[in-house]
Design a protein around this ligand. Structure first.
Ligand SMILES: C[S@@+](CC[C@H](N)C(=O)[O-])C[C@H]1O[C@@H](n2cnc3c(N)ncnc32)[C@H](O)[C@@H]1O
Length: 328
């Protein structure tokens, strides 16, 4: 009895979990074991390190080792815990959505910087609450980009699209969890076109005068949805030819509609940029996340006739990760 209790201390369980995950070649095995144990205990890391001798019940220990076995077999930690932090907020994740990645936070940073710059140019205070702003997030997945921006810009309104109804269901729950559901219109769409509709992108030049008629060419939202001040997107950008080299956690467990856009990976950007040109207000901002090798194929799509102030931001690994531009 005493021995069983000793074996079931948090420290001992963690050590055994770490060893099992290391043996299974799980990346970041220590962190993964910690997160699974904390999930079983419903505790945070501070608690764990303050109470390493805490004895877990046999049922808790069994549950922990069940999760460790699933992680060792390739399931992502986030699918086992059901959550991932992004921009300091906790998001529900399921196998229906891409697990939010840290590099996507650069999309938020660039979008906020560009909006602040626009405010400065207009002689308004830089930190606005986003009054009057209409923002679109294309391929919203878990909703992480739209929701993070909605928290930063508490007066802005959003359209968030995805081709996957299952992803939209998760995104809606995340929006409710973060109390921004009333400002985000979630729509099933192919980029900005209603699903099933053949999207005919209006000629970019046509919208330049921001005429009300252009408003009604607007996608998905058939009612008086004005063109957007900001469009953000982290589209699928991995080439199918790269699939064999992806980690099994990604290839076998994350939705392929969130990962792959074609053989090369950059296939969706041309349509995304054309639709954005058609639906952004003059001086509206486009912010796109890029795949690790997408920049040479994507940057030329921002033609000088429609776009200005094109900028590239590298991620922490030095990879060109975010492409931003302003609609002429
Ligand atoms: C790379 S994930 C990004 C998810 C989320 N925005 C993020 O940053 O974590 C791309 C998302 O785009 C969606 N998607 C793929 N093709 C699409 C399309 N043609 N139109 C709209 N959404 C699409 C996928 O279902 C997926 O949720």
């Amino acid at each position: 009895m005493i021995e069983l209790s000793l074996d079931n201390s948090a420290r001992s369980l963690l050590k055994r979990g770490i060893a099992q995950l290391r043996q299974a070649d799980v990346p970041s095995f220590t962190l993964a074991a910690e997160l699974l144990l904390l999930h079983v205990l419903g505790r945070n890391r501070t608690w764990l390190y303050a109470h390493p001798e805490e004895i877990l019940s046999d049922a808790e220990a069994q549950r922990f080792f069940g999760l460790v076995a699933r992680r060792a077999a390739g399931e992502p930690t986030q699918h086992l815990t059901g959550k991932q932090e992004f921009w300091g907020l906790e998001f529900e994740v399921t196998p229906d959505v891409l697990i939010p990645r840290p590099e996507t936070e650069h999309v938020i940073e660039v979008a906020l910087d560009r909006l602040a710059l626009r405010e400065r140019r207009a002689g308004r205070p830089q930190r606005s609450a986003g009054e009057g702003l209409q923002i679109a997030d294309i391929g919203t997945g878990s909703g992480c980009i739209a929701i993070a921006l909605a928290k930063e810009l508490p007066a802005a309104n959003f359209l968030a699209t995805d081709i996957s109804p299952a992803a939209l269901a998760v995104a809606k729950r995340n929006a409710a969890r973060h109390a921004v559901a009333d400002r985000i219109d979630f729509r099933e769409a192919n980029l900005l076109s209603p699903v099933g509709a053949q999207h005919v992108a209006p000629q970019p030049g046509k919208i330049a005068n921001n005429a009300p008629s252009a408003v009604h060419e607007s996608p998905v939202t058939s009612h008086q949805s004005p063109p957007f001040d900001l469009i953000v997107s982290n589209p699928p950008y991995i080439g199918r030819r790269e699939a064999p080299s992806l980690p099994r956690e990604v290839r076998d467990h994350e939705p392929h509609a969130a990962l792959f856009a074609g053989d090369e990976g950059y296939e969706l950007y041309a349509n995304l940029i054309a639709q954005s040109a058609a639906h952004l207000k003059p001086a509206g901002i486009l912010v796109l996340e890029l795949g690790h090798n997408s920049l040479p194929a994507v940057q030329p799509l921002l033609d000088a006739a429609n776009w200005t102030n094109v900028g590239v931001t590298n991620d922490l690994a030095g990879i060109p990760r975010v492409l931003a531009a302003e609609r002429l």
